[in-house]
Design a protein around this ligand. Structure first.
Ligand SMILES: NC(=O)c1ccc[n+]([C@@H]2O[C@H](COP(=O)([O-])OP(=O)(O)OC[C@H]3O[C@@H](n4cnc5c(N)ncnc54)[C@H](OP(=O)(O)O)[C@@H]3O)[C@@H](O)[C@H]2O)c1
Length: 435
């Protein structure tokens, strides 16, 4: 709850449950304003629930549901927008429709200021469904009697999270040569701008972050934040263009967001540097506590050699499963079924024996696939190891009565698999980023 001061206003925050909306709430609280939050689901207010004075639950597309929501409100800040797929809704329903219903209600209630969070737009983006809907609303706002400001921000740091996620996965994918530039901005900085405009301001304010970075630079900084060596794959620009032409054939409710994202990723997008928070700061905060499972963490001694040996053995054993001359899988399964005949393993053993061809092919495929995977040292060898462990476990469960050697064999193999895996290090590795 806020502690009102002399300049304290009652502000309706529409979209208070979103990334930016929650920043707006925090920023208003720090300035001592009273907050009425307009949300569809109060649960989604999360950590800012305790900061708001009133919660109104309504879908802003419904004029009826909004009746009275702006009463005794000094200003409205709306962050309502379609940023992820929202069922069958289109930008025209949300970015235009929901905000327009809110504007009409604000006019009816005599609200003095209306701040609308739009999006940075450059020539060539007007036709995008999201931009077109936002521009249509900007037009309605310009025609209204209410004093207003449209804030047009560049991409938020929340969207840069995708680079961190890719860096955590070990490889980042960027379109073209990764040379397109952008200056993303922290939601807290956009919120501070919006709150500073509560009294008055220019009709349109463009805002971006302090650092203009290429997509490659953003990816590299994400790798630094998670303490991993950068591995960047450049996806040819034509792939983005081809994807764009495909998604545009889908209904607007499906294509609006990917169309916007693919377009933004295929061009420079630079706004006036208003934000103060650096992307490095955001990345460091998000990456803090992250300890990679490989790369900077040393493997157990000889792990690479063991992995190669294991990979070779699995590969050869896997191939041999496909050739009876090398390994008589049906014969072995038949012997196992006979040996297990009177035990509780009789059922599974009989089944395996009856489907010997299928079993040989499946086991062979897993062995070839995981062995090859280990030999190549490709990403995901932990999954390869897990598949092998699972397979060894199945062998020892099904066959141990028929083959007393299987259990010790499996134990040796399982130990070798475990030996090849990287283990979590108790302390974070050396930080190789700049502060
Ligand atoms: N993300 C970016 O990089 C970026 C960059 C520039 C501009 N923008 C613009 O900034 C605004 C906020 O973005 P964001 O990233 O904070 O998006 P967000 O996290 O998805 O928040 C959008 C908010 O709009 C609300 N909303 C959607 N439809 C609604 C409806 N019919 N009635 C009431 N509320 C509704 C959502 O409520 P629920 O929680 O119930 O879904 C959510 O609170 C958007 O207009 C976006 O276009 C975003």
């Amino acid at each position: 709850m806020t502690k009102p001061n002399d300049q304290s206003k009652t502000v309706l925050v529409a979209g208070a449950s979103g990334y930016l909306g929650r920043h707006v709430v925090r920023s208003l609280v720090s300035e001592g304003h009273r907050i009425r939050a307009l949300v569809r689901d109060p649960q989604r207010l999360r950590d800012v629930r305790a900061l708001v004075d009133e919660v109104v639950v309504a879908d802003s597309r419904s004029a009826e549901a909004l009746r009275g929501v702006c009463n005794e409100v000094d200003a409205v800040i709306t962050t309502i927008g379609l940023m992820s797929r929202s069922g069958s809704l289109t930008p025209s329903d949300v970015d235009l429709g929901a905000n327009l219903s809110l504007l009409r209600e604000a006019e009816r209630a005599g609200v003095r200021r209306f701040i609308y969070i739009s999006v940075l737009q450059r020539p060539g983006m007007e036709h995008l469904a999201i931009v077109a809907a936002k521009r249509a609303f900007e037009g309605e706002l310009a025609g209204s009697q209410i004093s207003s400001t449209v804030v047009r921000p560049n991409g938020f740091f929340s969207d840069m999270q995708a680079f961190l996620d890719m860096a955590r996965g070990g490889r980042a994918y960027v379109f073209g040569r990764g040379a397109h530039r952008i200056n993303p901005i922290d939601g807290a900085d956009v919120a501070a701008v919006a709150v500073s405009l509560l009294e008055e301001g220019q009709p349109i304010v463009e805002v971006g972050g302090p650092d203009v970075l290429t997509h490659d630079e953003i990816a590299r900084r994400a790798f630094v934040a998670v303490h991993r060596q950068p591995r960047i794959t450049h996806v040819p620009g034509w792939v983005a263009r081809a994807a764009l032409s495909v998604v545009r054939r889908l209904p607007t409710s499906v294509h609006a967001v990917p169309e916007f994202v693919l377009t933004v990723l295929s061009r420079d997008l630079i706004a006036p540097a208003v934000g103060l928070t650096s992307l490095d700061h955001f990345f460091r905060a998000q990456g803090a506590g992250w300890v990679p499972l490989r790369g900077k963490i040393p493997l157990l001694p000889g792990a690479v050699a063991v992995r190669r040996l294991l990979g070779t053995v699995f590969l050869i054993a896997g191939v041999s499963k496909f050739f009876n001359a090398f390994e008589d899988v049906p014969g072995r399964l038949a012997a196992a079924a006979q040996a297990n005949a009177l035990s509780i393993l009789s059922g599974p053993s009989q089944w395996l024996c009856a489907h010997a061809g299928l079993v040989a092919a499946a086991v062979g495929a897993i062995m070839v696939f995981t062995g090859g995977w280990q030999l190549l040292g490709a990403r995901g060898f932990r999954l390869a190891g897990a598949l092998q462990l699972l397979m060894l476990l199945c062998f020892s469960l099904i066959l141990h009565r028929a083959y007393p050697l299987v259990v010790p064999n499996d134990v040796v193999f399982a130990a070798a698999v475990l030996w090849t895996l990287p283990w979590r290090h108790p302390t974070p590795p050396e930080h190789f980023g700049s502060d």
